[in-house]
Design a protein around this ligand. Sequence first.
Ligand code: 3PG
Ligand code: CO
Length: 555
Amino acid sequence: SEAFKLKDHPKLPKDKIIALVVLDGWGEANPDQYNCIHVAETPTMDSLKKGAPDRWRLVKAHGKAVGLPTDDDMGNSEVGHNALGAGRIYAQGAQLVDLALESGKIFDDEGFNYIKQSFASNTLHLIGLMSDGGVHSRLDQLQLLLKGAAERGAKKIRVHVLTDGRDVLDGSSVGFAETLENDLAKLRDKGVDAQVASGGGRMYVTMDRYDNDWNVVKRGWDAQVLGEAPHKFKSVVEAIKTLRAEPKANDQFLPPFVIVDDQGKAVGPIVDGDAVVTFNFRADRMVMLAKALEYEDFDKFDRVRFPKIRYAGMLQYDGELKLPSHYLVSPPEIERTSGEFLVHNGVRTFACSETVKFGHVTFFWNGNRSGYFRADMEEYVEIPSDSGIPFNVKPKMKALEIGEKARDVILSRKFHQVRVNIPNGDMVGHTGDIEATIVSCKAADEAVKMIFDAIEQVGGIYVVTADHGNAEDMVKRDKKGEPILDKSGNIQILTSHTLQLVPIAIGGPGLAPGVRFRKDLPEGGLANVAATVINLHGLEAPSDYEPSLIEVVDN
Ligand code: 3PG
Ligand code: CO
């Protein structure tokens, strides 16, 4: 732990209690009726903006500032929390896969050579999110992978798709399916037996996270591995169009389906000897499936059959668990994160959120690692999320429970850093329900108030920020920023994240009077927050971290 020793900050005291609050999906945007944060009553967050101009500012949470390929890439929780925790900008999964595909290196490395051994006599299965959202996966990467595998000897390919509607517009799955079908038809012309084999909506099939609901993974397993599903179709386009025609259907929640041949037999169950690639680069929503595909010992649901396959992830999803053991592209090596530094410098750390965002303030925060750095210095608490109901039905979620937990821990004075994620703006924003999102933002603001009150009582400091935008803009807009109307004059709801900047504010009775945001970092982003927080703990940040946002003036 000598390697982790940090110098004392010359001006700022140690041992302050700091509340570090991440509002998920809380960006800054023009105040109009589609800005749920503006419409909601959010007096606590409003007062920060109005209060002290040199203790409130905006930071970048999208694009290159968080390691994404371009500045047209919206932010997301993985890259946002990675940047917040690591204090440096890493080329992230999306970009690492792009580079590996561009150079062709992906096809030379260990992971691809491993799955290639199945090509001569078995099927290659590709499972993942069919989307161009760039958050978990990208369709153009799948297209290049398909082409590359066929050129390198894959004779039989089956694609298992998950429809999106969360990182992209609802309904866009039809177009993606048509594009994919077209590519597969071209492969068939070249003599490759290539087809879609199964599908389902990402939130109902396969892409659960943080062990919230294993039934989701089981539904996918039944369709992908066993070839069984309640719905059977001849093609993926027909499947999606038919299932979307049901009342209230949407891409995120389509039921599982399998594609069958003329005899009604599933075209692509996964069997012994096959190769399987999960082509999502993002970890959180692939870890559960990866465990089901890889672990011999497994008790989360009855797999019925556990085929002996060659399995590779697009990336390795968990560095600590080494899961999966084979992967096509090496993940970013996020090391020496702020959490690790702080515990080795006497900063006792507490982290908490509800299930659906728990891994964000722990796993993502710590550079995609599960577990503690030092169990004697840290405690992570997960508050169970409501399960089995959509978040727009209970839009307050567990905001107040998270607030209460943080308050109690702050008042106990047992920890120096109390870090929470309040999920409402994001999770309810993704449902596209504007009324519910307004309620959710109010609840998030109330939780912040509870935490601030506790900080007031212990003479502590607060830092409040967000990981990316979502709830501040709920409508699809044209280049001028005007809502796009369809032929019947309806708006298109934006369920996804945004490209907006996010606020960061500091304050509390423990904040030294001369602390203010510097004026010379106008381009500052989420990666600048770690050094800022380390300073507020009375320490100098490591020299390779992005610079701190604060300075201390004598007054
Ligand atoms: C999800 O996984 O729910 C969305 O694709 C991204 O949301 P998050 O980045 O806020 O988790
Ligand atoms: Co989100």
